[in-house]
Design a protein around this ligand. Sequence first.
Ligand code: 5RP
Length: 239
Amino acid sequence: RGASCAYPNSDNPKRALMTQDELKEAVAAAAIEEIRPLLGSEVIIGVGTGSTADRFIDRLAALRDDFKAAVASSEATAKRLKSHGIDVVEMNFAGTVPVYVDGADEINPRLEMIKGGGAALTREKIVAACAQRFVCIADASKRVDVLGDFPLPVEVIPMARSYVARELVKLGATPVYREGVVTDNGNQILDCYEFMIEDPVAMEARINAIVGVVTNGLFAARGADVLLLGGPQGVERFE
Ligand code: 5RP
């Protein structure tokens, strides 16, 4: 992991003026080129959640006759896919999918991520687990050396929220209840502030071992396989 190559549009003279929205559009377009060779009449694609994933979905619409269906990592994504006439199938009926495309809140040079800013972390992790290839699409603001500046989301069973919060404090985090948010699975979110994560694989396992935790937003045991990162140099590809 770590090798990079620039995408063909990297010599765009307007690149220095690109807004974050334009960077998201650029990585969404690059993701379409990334998955195009994998498409086929029997292929089911995994699709993520968030504003970057939404741009990918909107571009995927033009290819809807070139693949069978999609699995969605959230109700919002399922709705958007369907609004474009893309069939959505349940993960249980899809088996292994060849590729999963999703955004991230932070990503490090090892392609480990924090995800779940949109509260979809559990379903995202399930689709990622079922995918042969995880393609992360992100603008350059998401790239960090050490994960943790973005508060790490933890999905909890509601009755365990206070207990889990106390256990997270013991690990050094400052957990804050994301009030008013109920996940697609009917659960709640604790966001861990002031929590820099030196060993994401170990911390992912440690938090998941707390009783009452559904999962946490560290995608380290199963990180991304490819990162398409939009920045001043255009879209760079890392794997
Ligand atoms: C949702 C996620 C998203 O992938 C993450 O929050 C990035 O979102 P955006 O593309 O809007 O910045 O994990 O749960």
